[in-house]
Write a protein that binds this ligand. Structure first.
Ligand code: GRF
Length: 220
């Protein structure tokens, strides 16, 4: 059997993306093994999800550290001690300092609930709705020194409807997050991601249909 990709998942909240990663592994769709789940938030529901699947968990509460760098140094060394090859930030509400980024260069992925580079940062779905965009979506990307800014691996686009609320839009986006995050990790596990400058290229993928979407529709 081929060696599985060792991943470490960083969480702060509900952990539905963690759940999707777990489910894809259990279904045999994702050739990865979760070596550890780390939460900076002791109350994160993600920890319950991990324990239910008998995964190793650790709470590293950032409030107990004197600086961002000190927290990052500890977290990165725990990940290394657990033989983690790829770090997946899944709703992890912390910015990473160079201490962390340099420990895992281009080996940290993040998921963001917007079509980057639009709406980086917090409350992306709410701001997209308020802005009045007709399409929204989500992005899996490598983490780099600025928040939500590294090479993009996969994006998924969803329509925005006039009667959407923040909740309905966020739910539509989240369903897509749960598909693209495991897929991005699987591409990595298969050694198919090449990075050229700020572009991530996935080798040997079929080309998607060249079809434009219009919202609202063009009626003539
Ligand atoms: C997701 O919307 C993700 O894109 C963002 O934080 C949310 C985390 O959700 N970074 P969950 O904890 O995975 O349910």
């Amino acid at each position: 059997m081929e060696k599985k990709l060792n991943i470490g998942v960083l969480v702060s909240g509900s952990g539905s993306n963690l759940q999707s990663i777990i489910d894809h592994i259990e279904k045999g769709l994702l050739d990865a093994e979760i070596k550890i789940v780390i939460s900076n938030n002791p109350d994160a529901f993600a920890l319950e999800r991990a324990k239910k699947r008998h995964l190793k968990t650790m709470i590293i509460d950032h409030r107990g550290f004197e600086s961002r760098e000190a927290f990052d140094r500890t977290t990165a060394s725990v990940l290394k001690e657990n033989s983690v090859e790829l770090v997946a930030m899944a709703g992890f509400m912390r910015l990473l300092s160079p201490v962390f980024l340099d420990a895992f260069p281009m080996r940290i992925m993040n998921i963001h609930p917007a079509l980057l580079p639009s709406f980086p940062g917090l409350e992306a779905q709410k701001r997209a709705l308020e802005y009045g965009v007709k399409f929204a979506g989500c992005t899996v990307h490598f983490a780099d020194k600025d928040a939500d800014s590294g090479p993009i691996i996969i994006q998924s686009v969803v329509p925005v409807f006039d009667d959407d609320t923040e909740e309905t839009l966020a739910a539509r986006i989240l369903r897509e997050e749960h598909k693209i995050y495991p897929q991005a990790i699987q591409y990595y596990a298969e050694g198919r991601i090449e990075i050229h400058g700020r572009k991530a290229h996935i080798k040997n993928v079929s080309r998607i249909e060249e079809k434009a979407l219009h919202n609202p529709p063009i009626i003539f």
